[in-house]
Write a protein that binds this ligand. Structure first.
Ligand SMILES: Cc1cc2nc3c(=O)[nH]c(=O)nc-3n(C[C@H](O)[C@H](O)[C@H](O)COP(=O)(O)O)c2cc1C
Length: 399
């Protein structure tokens, strides 16, 4: 299932140098299943060509308020009523000011007044323009009316200055767009704590023991929870992928740091999910100097780390739900059932590792979902985003 399947997105492109990045955004939205309708302001058309967006989306780009009269499908009212999301990226100081004041003097500003779909702005502008009291007041007004914002990020801007004003990264805009376009908010008011990724257990200042967890499962779970309205905190080890935009992120290295961080927070969360590949063992001593190479065996003595999910389950209240993961190479169901019952979890997801269908580091995996009193569901070669959806569907069914 593609994340934006059956969603129509209006991508409004304004006159910022960041307009060239909107081409990539349009392309990725399309790749992820959205129908993308692009509209360009007159200033945007000085920077990028409508034909680029037409080629990337397969849909005619909208440029003028009056030309579409010949084509009722792309009139501002038709689009305003049809789309699931209006995404303005890049959003100039000008469009933000117009939207805040209800101006309707071109296609995009008129459509923003006519739509009742969620509106998400990705501002991009010079730092002085962004921090100007007028722009800040306009953003405040729009937020108060329910408009959503992603970014801007801080960094070096096209004009040479440094500070806030860079358009948010495309991946962050896509996360924010997915969350904004979702109508299913069955986890609104719920707080979800997820641990994710691998741990690095230090051996000396240079070396560590690690594992090949990518953090993709934790990311998929966090994004699904955010999409369905939950407040999400991710305690992540040094993973290859970052948690989604919108989640609170706590970065840790070792299993012990992850343990401390999760235990410190767990009481204020409704659902705690252990998706991290927590290091079971850590070197008994960390050598302060780099261990020199020698022509003889090197023995490392390891001691077990504390079991995070078992400790969470032991402390949970009746209103909390605890979900664990089990990566297994053999006797998948037997081992998962034993863990589910021994650790007193509400749900366990058993991943098959090793062989062709290895879930670790991959976008897909073979998984079983087991709950205390339900028959296991086997999901073969399933995309992790879809697996995350199934997990939250099963969790909802427990209540
Ligand atoms: C090269 C160039 C780059 C610009 N970049 C920005 C920008 O990043 N953000 C912004 O708010 N305005 C920027 N402007 C100014 C806007 O294009 C100008 O305010 C225009 O009226 C915006 O129109 P629009 O909101 O209809 O696209 C830029 C202007 C030029 C000439």
């Amino acid at each position: 299932m593609m994340p934006f399947a059956e969603k129509s997105v209006l991508l409004g492109v304004c006159g910022s140098i960041a307009a060239y990045k909107a081409c990539d955004l349009a392309s990725k939205l399309r790749e992820q299943g959205a129908e993308v309708i692009c509209a360009l302001t007159a200033s945007a058309r000085q920077i990028v060509q409508p034909a680029t967006f037409e080629a990337l989306t397969g849909t005619r780009a909208i440029t003028d308020l009056f030309v579409p009269a010949a084509n009722p499908e792309i009139s501002h009212i038709a689009v305003a009523q049809r789309v699931h999301l209006c995404l303005i990226a890049p959003a100039t100081a000008n469009i933000i000011a117009k939207a805040a004041n209800g101006l309707a003097d071109d296609w995009i500003s008129t459509t923003l007044l006519a739509t009742r779909a969620p509106v998400l702005f990705a501002p991009a502008m010079n730092t002085n323009m962004y921090t100007h009291a007028a722009t800040q007041e306009n953003i405040r007004i729009l937020r108060e009316r329910g408009a959503l914002f992603v970014g801007p990020a801080s960094g070096r801007l096209a004009c040479g200055s440094e500070g806030p004003g860079r358009m948010a990264e495309i991946s962050d805009i896509l996360d924010a767009a997915l969350i904004a376009a979702s109508q299913q908010k069955d986890y609104a008011g719920k707080r979800v704590l997820i641990n994710s990724g691998p741990n690095h257990e230090p051996i000396d200042p240079m070396r560590y023991l690690g594992n090949c967890s990518s953090g993709k499962m934790g990311r998929a779970l966090a994004l699904e929870a955010l999409r369905r309205g939950a407040e999400v905190c991710v305690v992540t080890g040094p993973a290859a992928v970052s948690p989604p935009h919108g989640a609170q992120v706590i970065s840790v290295q070792t299993a012990e740091e992850m343990y401390e961080s999760v235990m410190l927070r767990m009481d204020s969360y409704d659902i705690i999910i252990g998706a991290a590949a927590v290091a079971d063992y850590t070197p008994e001593t960390v050598t302060p100097e780099k261990i020199k190479r020698q022509e003889k065996d090197l023995l490392l003595r390891l001691r077990p780390n504390r079991d995070i999910i078992a400790s969470v389950a032991a402390r949970k209240t009746p209103n909390q739900r605890v979900v664990g993961f089990a990566a297994e190479t053999g006797d998948i169901l037997k081992n998962a059932e034993e863990k589910l019952s021994r650790k007193q979890l509400d749900m366990i997801i058993a991943n098959v590792i090793g062989g062709d269908s290895c879930a670790v580091g991959s976008d897909r995996g073979d998984a079983y979902i087991l709950t205390q009193n339900q028959v296991a569901e086997h999901l073969e070669n399933i995309d992790k985003n879809l697996l995350a959806k199934c997990i939250f569907d099963h969790l909802a069914a427990l209540d």
